[in-house]
Design a protein around this ligand. Sequence first.
Ligand code: HEC
Length: 195
Amino acid sequence: MTSLRASVAAVLMLAVSGGGAAAASTSEPSDAQIQEARQLAQQFFKNLKGELQSAIKEGGPVHAIDVCEEVAPGISGKLSTKSGWAVGRTALKVRNPRNSPSVRERAVLMDFKRRHDGGESLKGMEDATVIQEGNRRYLHYMKAIPTANVCLTCHGSDVSGDLKKAIDASYPADAATGFAEGELRGAFTFVKPLN
Ligand code: HEC
């Protein structure tokens, strides 16, 4: 996760820092580009959930922490290499400060939350924006991540005992607990240069 989040951040910094001006979205992304990001998001969620479920089954939740810590970046690494997108995860409340959202990501997450609070389903909730910086363009795609039942073990409201100790040891600033099933957990982020 670390280097990938860093690469997403670097791309976004490039995208938003130029000339001190806010990033402007100049054109609509194509359907094919959005479709590509959508498929990656689906694959990421499926792989991650599958790996978590089997890790918890095999070695218990403390062992499964490694899954979110190491396997998630592994999955994003593989997806990135294969696809050319910088893949990451972010949230309004993060466990790892490296996953903290950029200003733009935060605004999108707030919008997702507002829409979900207003009754819109998280399924298929997404944002695709083309960001222009000088003559470079980037597609920044974000997909809402709902909290599934298996996520509650480590992100729910009664994380305790050895698991809590293990999480606190690695993540002293952890803010990613207290979630309920069905709530917005965060978002996958995908960034790809378009030219
Ligand atoms: C076994 C414990 C465990 C389970 C189960 C788990 N997570 Fe995590 N989660 C973590 C850890 C540890 C991190 C920090 C990873 C890192 O260092 O990047 C994390 C980070 C995340 C992040 C990145 C943002 C942040 O808070 O740093 C998201 C999004 C996330 N988890 C979503 C989920 C979802 C969705 C599920 C269920 C499908 C899930 N997690 C299940 C332990 C878990």
